[in-house]
Ligand binder design. Structure first.
Ligand code: M6R
Length: 612
């Protein structure tokens, strides 16, 4: 999705903005641009369709632009095709205002028509341009800049994070937010705005998160924030402890590969602080032990891979807690009139903490009376702030669009939560509790063993990367894990791929199996291993190439039938997806590599989906 960065300070803004935008590239974009205030007044705007390098090369990396106040944007087209004109920043017809915007202005057509009737001429097809034109329109009526901004915010509907420059005021940058992430950064050398902290991490780790309705005025000296009633307020500052290097490739060819390799450490970092004296602790939860005992139903709400974590979580939590767990796509939840009774807990899962559909589901669950506990990777993100309780995954910044370490750490948190709840609900024996907890602590070491066999997976990828259609089949936890394996493959390699519960094969899908079809048969879950074997025989009989995933104990049996076998170490059966998903991530990675795909920035996808 779109990215925003803005700077006001003592240094020339353009190189800082371009560097910031480079750190936002991972979010997905189709065009980029910057605007800088000229020292003597006026604005310079440069923007172009395509990669950031194109823009950067066209202005020599910005080194000849002296202005010290500026805004930058990476655009992911919603209204109007990706082209130079529709790119941000947008400028009012009279050249007074330039701005960047994330989100969607829902009533833009009505405002556009009314401005056009007043003689304002538009150049782009975007919703954003109305904000610049409306600002200039109010400003021409004689109000000051800040008042014009508030008037605009009262008039527009929808979601926005805005960075605004005025040609008449080169020492001021204005920011506003509603339903789209925006943060403020403070440093000795100047002040920043950013849609994502990675854009400014090189310059500062002191940030404030803007709330809906707030407007910030940034000058070289500092930042003044106003609430929606235009009253000055003081913002709390937070220290971000992510390492700058964590958001950089560090010698790896791709962020995705680096993040796959980081999973053992990410899981260790996520679970270690929550385990003391052989027990799981979640300090500071608002959900009391009594309230946990009263939980009668759990909803898991999420999108994409986070939803797949929920699918694994359902099997695991129902097994441990003996209460129903319903996993619902966040994008569906608010439209399905969900039944939320007393004793309903909503677990919301999101890496970014900014996914719009997930946020909407959270609000729906809350409005219906559920206690909302979120599992989030980005500290201070919107979902984290609106939840009744938040448990952070300590995965560090995840840059590749295809999630890997976020998935693994979310799963680890759910495992911990399952144990924590089961003990309080008295649905687990002390022996089983200890066994699962010890195995959880061994996951990082076992994951290292899985990663050590990456060349074997690379070999299989080189054999199968030309297939056009791939099926992942499995039962129970293997099915849930297959959903993620299939998503990984399709999103980065563009191969058509589906995940099916093996039992469903006979009900339709098997008609698609023909000689040469690639089937990834997932058979790690020991209680159903024989059934997994039968399904492999079934698809082999129809000519499929079968690459199987199973445990080391079962590898020899599987090898008698499957064309190729990948084996993972054994662990407690509820934790198998944590190990099994890694070969599937690697398989997708190597297949995409063989196909020459843009692995970290797959086509049409964005890291954080902040529109519906
Ligand atoms: O930030 P979130 O976890 O809320 O994002 C949800 C999905 O958009 C995300 O998992 C997406 O499916 C990934 N690209 C999968 O790799």
């Amino acid at each position: 999705m779109c990215g925003i960065v803005g700077y006001i300070g003592r240094e020339p803004a353009a190189p800082i903005l371009l560097d910031g935008l480079a750190h936002l590239e991972y979010r997905g974009y189709d065009s980029a641009g910057i605007a800088v205030c000229k020292p003597g007044g006026g604005l310079e705007v440069y923007k172009s369709k395509g990669r950031l390098e194109v823009l950067s090369a066209s202005i020599d990396g910005g080194v000849h632009l002296p202005g010290c106040t500026g805004i930058g944007h990476t655009r992911w087209a919603t209204h109007g095709e990706p082209n130079d004109v529709n790119s941000h920043p947008h400028v009012s017809e009279d050249g007074t205002f330039s701005l960047v915007h994330n989100g969607i202005i829902e009533n833009y057509l009505e405002i556009k028509e009314s401005l056009q009737k007043n003689g304002v001429r538009f150049t782009s097809d975007t919703d954003t341009e109305v904000v610049a034109q409306l600002l200039a329109y109010y400003y021409r009526e004689g109000v000051d800049i800040l008042s014009a901004v508030f008037k605009v915010l009262h008039r527009i509907e929808g979601a926005y994070a805005l960075g605004i420059l005025c040609a008449d005021q080169s020492d001021m940058l204005i920011a506003a937010r509603k339903d789209a992430p925006l943060l403020l950064g403070y440093s000795e050398g100047g002040q920043f705005i950013a849609s994502d902290v990675t854009a400014i991490l090189r310059h500062t780790r002191e940030v404030s998160y803007m709330e809906d309705g707030e407007v910030a005025v940034l000058t070289r000296e500092g930042i003044q924030v106003y609430n929606s009633l235009k009253q000055p307020i003081t913002k709390e500052r937070h220290h971000v402890d992510w390492e700058v290097s964590a958001a950089e490739k560090g010698g790896y060819e791709h962020f995705m590969f680096k993040e796959i390799m980081e999973q053992p450490q990410a899981i260790a970092k996520t679970i270690a602080p929550r385990i003391r004296d052989g027990q799981v602790h979640f300090d500071g939860l608002n959900l009391t032990e009594d309230a946990i005992r009263d939980v009668k139903k759990i909803f898991i709400l999420a999108c994409g891979s986070s939803y797949h974590v929920g699918m694994v979580g359902k099997y695991m939590l129902e097994r441990l807690l003996r209460i129903p767990v319903e996993v619902t796509l966040a994008s569906e939840f608010r439209y399905c009139d969900p039944i939320v009774n007393p004793g309903t807990l909503a677990i919301v899962i999101s890496q970014s903490g900014e996914t719009l559909d997930t946020m909407a589901a959270l609000r729906e669950a809350k409005a219906r009376g559920a206690h909302v506990l979120s599992i989030v990777n980005v500290v201070g993100s919107s979902i984290a702030r609106e939840s009744d309780d938040v448990i952070y995954t300590w995965a560090g910044p995840e840059i590749a669009v295809a999630t890997t370490k976020a998935y693994s750490t979310q799963l680890a948190v759910l495992d911990l939560l399952g144990l924590y709840f089961a003990k309080i609900m008295d649905t687990i024996s002390p022996e089983t509790y200890t066994e699962i907890l010890e195995e959880l602590q061994r996951l990082p070491e076992k994951l290292e063993q899985v990663l050590a066999h990456k060349e074997r997976i690379q070999y299989f990828a080189s054999q199968y990367f030309n297939h056009n259609s791939v099926f992942f089949i499995g039962r129970n936890l293997d099915y849930a894990m297959g959903l993620e394996g299939s998503l990984k493959l399709k999103e980065i390699s563009y191969i058509h791929s589906e995940a099916y519960a093996s039992g469903e094969l006979k009900h339709g899908t098997i008609s698609l199996i023909e000689p040469g079809t690639l089937v990834l048969a997932l058979g790690t879950f020991d209680p159903l291993f024989d059934k997994a074997l039968s399904n492999v025989i079934e698809v082999k009989a129809r000519g499929a190439d079968v690459l199987a995933l199973t445990t080391e104990e079962r590898a020899a049996d599987m090898a008698k039938i499957a064309s190729g076998v990948i084996a993972i170490p054994s662990t407690h059966q509820l934790l198998l997806p944590s190990l099994g998903v890694v070969p599937l991530q690697l398989f997708a990675y190597y297949v995409a590599l063989n196909r020459g795909c843009d692995i970290d920035k797959p086509r049409n996808l964005a890291k954080s989906v902040t529109v519906e």
